[in-house]
Design a protein around this ligand. Structure first.
Ligand SMILES: C[S@@+](CC[C@H](N)C(=O)[O-])C[C@H]1O[C@@H](n2cnc3c(N)ncnc32)[C@H](O)[C@@H]1O
Length: 218
């Protein structure tokens, strides 16, 4: 499956159209979904795959320091502009260009890790969850909001499978049919809160959404 074209054109195009397209869902209730997840972040917090920064306005002063990470140089540029134009009300922040499968941070160095619609795009989601577990302190929380495959046996799930290859190319590596709940349950994290809902005013391929929290055993 062609995930990245040799010229990076799909990543460049995605960084242009994603904020505009996602903005429609954000205004229709997507932002409220993010708030429910992200406002729970506390202490030293790491965000993976932050994109253009739609999670950023939802952090609160309970976050003492925020490390925002993202691998795509095009998205990093958007993030930098957003952070310098109006930083979230956290103690301090820094921006680090990195993917989630190999995080350049010590073991047990974060109280919270967050993500928004990232597991769809990470090439190796099991590795990323293992890294999240590694950098979390015992008792720390992983807060997530992810679009996922529709339930087994559903017509939408089958359509997501059929459209996967096209979706991966057009949306810069985004698999519409990731079974993220299963990935989480295979990990050392313990799922403590899980809700299924729909992303409003979105393409049906990314409509089924999972939000919740998983803890690293103390
Ligand atoms: C659908 S966008 C979501 C952006 C943002 N988190 C949001 O909530 O709107 C997926 C993001 O995952 C990033 N990404 C791609 N590969 C990744 C990896 N290996 N590790 C972490 N993030 C990755 C992409 O660059 C992109 O910014």
């Amino acid at each position: 499956m062609l995930e990245r074209d040799p010229w990076g054109l799909n990543e460049r195009a995605f960084a242009w159209y994603y904020p505009r397209l996602m903005g429609i869902s954000e205004r229709a209730g997507g932002a409220a979904l993010r708030r429910r997840v992200i406002e729970q972040a506390t202490g030293r917090t790491l965000e993976i795959g932050a994109g253009n920064g739609y999670n950023l306005p939802h952090y609160t002063p309970a976050v003492t320091s925020l490390v925002v990470t993202e691998p795509s140089p095009h998205m990093v540029q958007l993030l930098r502009e957003r952070l310098t134009a109006g930083a979230p009300p956290v103690g301090s922040w820094e921006l680090v260009q990195t993917g989630a499968e190999s995080l350049p941070f010590p073991d047990a160095s974060f109280d919270t890790v967050t993500s928004g619609y990232v597991h769809c795009t990470i090439p190796h989601p099991d590795l990323a969850i293992a890294e999240i577990a590694r950098v979390l302190k015992p008792g720390g929380q992983y807060l997530f909001l992810e679009h996922v495959r529709a339930p087994t046996g559903s017509l939408l799930g089958r359509a997501q499978d059929v459209l996967e290859a096209v979706h991966v190319y057009v949306a810069a590596g985004c698999h519409p049919n990731r079974r993220t709940e299963e990935t989480l349950r295979r990990s050392e994290l313990s799922v403590e809160w899980l809700e299924h809902t729909n992303l409003p005013r979105s393409s049906p391929t990314v409509r089924p959404v999972l939000l919740g929290a998983a803890a690293k055993p103390a």
